[in-house]
Design a protein around this ligand. Structure first.
Ligand code: ITT
Length: 200
């Protein structure tokens, strides 16, 4: 039997944890709660790459585990890439997906160009060092929310080539095509070529 690779996922976002566990059932993923980490890890960088590295380094330095982090967000062309790295706190400190989405729609109420993309950067830290894996998906922003699946901005994002918003899709469908699925595929490809069963 092949031993499973165990990694800590440095996130406090339950939705991300659920999605990546579903996308990559072959990985044995420990949550921050599993390692008794209850910190609100500072995200002070100005790029997805920088913030993903900050979160992964925090866990590696304080807890010693091989780990990965996901920094992600929505980039809207007409808003010059906003909300971008500020996606989680666009409407203030509450991590409130509905408030963030409402503010986004207000800021775009008379905007004709609705093009946008979701971006995920995964930072992995293992015995060989730091590694970055990226995924993005192009789409457009609706004028009103649709659907109640997913999280965050999913009700207002329609991926290119589809008619349903991410929140109207099944989780299986979102997890086949999403920015997070693409970045996770790159992570899995790396792990399949650099296998160790140890995580600490
Ligand atoms: P951690 O830092 O603890 O991982 P977080 O939610 O603060 O959790 P980020 O700083 O990476 O994570 O912010 C990501 C935000 O971008 C997230 O809170 C959503 O608002 C949005 N987002 C990212 N991926 C998304 C997705 O698949 N669907 C909808 N919104 C998403």
């Amino acid at each position: 039997m092949t031993p499973q690779r165990t990694l800590v996922f440095a996130t406090n976002n339950e939705h991300k944890l659920r999605e990546i566990r579903a996308i990559a059932p072959e990985m044995h993923i420990l949550s921050l709660a599993d390692i008794q980490c209850h910190a609100d890890i500072p995200e002070t960088a100005s790029t997805f790459q920088g913030n993903a590295l900050l979160k992964a380094r925090y866990v590696k330095q304080h807890y010693g585990y091989d780990c990965f982090a996901d920094d992600s967000g929505l980039m809207v062309d007409a808003l010059h890439g906003a909300p971008g790295v500020h996606s989680a706190r666009y409407a203030g400190e509450g991590h409130d997906g509905d408030a963030n989405t409402a503010l986004l729609l207000r800021n775009m109420h008379d905007v004709a160009d609705r093009s946008a993309r979701f971006v995920t950067v995964i930072a992995l830290i293992d015995s060989e060092g730091e590694h970055l894996f990226e995924g993005s998906i192009e789409g457009s922003i609706l004028t009103a929310p649709r659907g109640d699946g997913g999280f965050g901005y999913d009700p207002v994002f329609i991926p290119q080539g589809y008619t349903e918003s991410f929140a109207e899709m099944s989780s299986e469908q979102k997890n086949r095509i999403s920015h997070r699925a693409i970045a996770t595929e790159h992570l899995l490809h790396y792990l399949s070529n650099h296998f160790t069963s140890q995580c600490k």
